[in-house]
Structures are given as C-alpha cells and as structure tokens.
Design a protein around this ligand. Structure first.
Ligand code: SF4
Length: 213
C-alpha cells in the first residue's frame, strides 16, 4: 500500500509577534512568556504584556529557525539578552541553540533568569549554559524566603533555596554572574540582598521597578 501523500504546511511568513526587540543597541530575545513565578511587580501579572513599545505576548512556542530569522546578523548588536515575560531556561534546548548561534557571531550573550533553571529542569544546567552564555543576571528579589514568597508567589516548592544554590554554583561556570533585587518593594532589604550576594560570591545590582534590562 502506498503512503498517503500528506503535505505538512510550513509557515515561512515572518512572525508578527515580538520574538526579539531592541533597546539601545542590545537585542532582547523573548523566548517564552511562561514562568513558574507570579511576581506581583511583573507587568504580565498586572495585566499588561507591554515592555517599552513592544507587546511580548506569545501565542505559540516559536521555533529556533524563526528566532534565527528574527535575529539576522547577531554581530551587529552590542549584546544579546534573553529577557522577556517568561523564564528562558524553561525552553533550555532552544535557549542553548539560539545562544550558540549568537556566540558564533562573536557577540556577548547574557541570560536574565529567575535562577530556577536547575529546579525546573531537574539537573544542573550551568555546564550547558557555560558553553554559550557569557553572563547571568539572576533575580534574587529578596533577602529571605518569606519576603520572596510574598512577592514572587513561586509555584515550585523550594524555589528560594534553589535560586540561592543556583547563585552559589553559577560563578564556577559563568564568572560574570550578578544577583539583582528591586529597590522599593515592601520588606525587601536591598543592603541584606547585597550582603547575601557577596556571601554567595556573585555581584549585585539594585534594580529600579519597571526598568527592563
Ligand atoms: S519571573 Fe519575571 S516574567 Fe516571571 S512573573 Fe516574575 S517578573 Fe514576571
């Protein structure tokens, strides 16, 4: 019996959704809008899918090829940053492929992450990230679990401790690792967050609410 001739339609149209966006001369990659946190300060949680003039809502999981087409010549940018309305390590395979594609163009690659990649992927992802990622920016967000849970509402048990462990391990693989916390959130002690970052052997950056990057 001959096989039925079924043609699978391939969509070559460029996506109308915001797969990548630029701020200054940095290219930001919006890999997913899913994450396991529900931070009260996140525009997504507050009902907005916009950052600057970009709408970051994604209706589907776009392919690596679509991202490569949207990026084009990665070498024209000062930096590639994985940062959208979701956690990029939830699409680890795609993240690694796209990051390696950008690295080949000689451009530095940074991943902005919630630091829960090891917990969500159930293994230490840092050796894989280290192959194509130059810098990590990890949302520590709070100096203790009680304040973290209040502001970030994690879906996965043990998120705060896992994030801290990720930060502790990260510099062994990616020396340019920075923990961040947002100044001005109720109960967040920026000085205590900074001290915790120092204790874990990573840099610290105080963030201001609503400023992406
Ligand atoms: S981790 Fe990021 S994307 Fe997820 S809810 Fe928090 S701020 Fe929003």
């Amino acid at each position: 019996m001959s096989k039925p001739n079924i043609e699978i339609p391939v969509n070559h149209e460029p996506s109308r959704e915001t797969l990548v966006y630029t701020i200054e001369n940095k290219l930001y990659i919006n890999l997913t809008d899913r994450c396991t946190l529900a931070c009260e300060f996140c525009p997504k949680i507050q009902g907005s899918m916009d950052v600057h003039e970009y709408n970051l809502l994604l209706s589907t999981r776009h392919s690596v090829e679509e991202y490569k087409a949207a990026i084009g010549d990665a070498g024209q940018y000062d930096e590639i940053v994985f940062c959208g309305f979701g956690e990029p390590t939830l699409r680890l395979k795609e993240l690694l492929e796209i990051a390696c594609y950008c690295k080949q163009a000689g451009v530095p690659v940074r991943v902005n992450t919630d630091g829960l990649g090891n917990l969500a992927n159930k293994h230490n992802i840092l050796p894989e990230l280290a192959q194509c990622v130059d810098a990590l920016s990890v949302s520590m967000n709070a100096q203790n679990e009680e304040v973290y849970d209040r502001h970030c509402v994690p879906a996965l048990k043990g998120s705060y401790d896992s994030m801290l462990e990720f930060l502790r391990l990260a510099p062994q693989y990616i020396p340019d690792t920075t923990a961040t916390a947002i100044d001005g959130l109720e109960g967040v002690d920026i000085k205590a967050c900074e001290a915790k970052a120092k204790e874990l052997g990573v840099k610290f950056r105080r963030r201001v609410l609503d400023i992406v990057g």
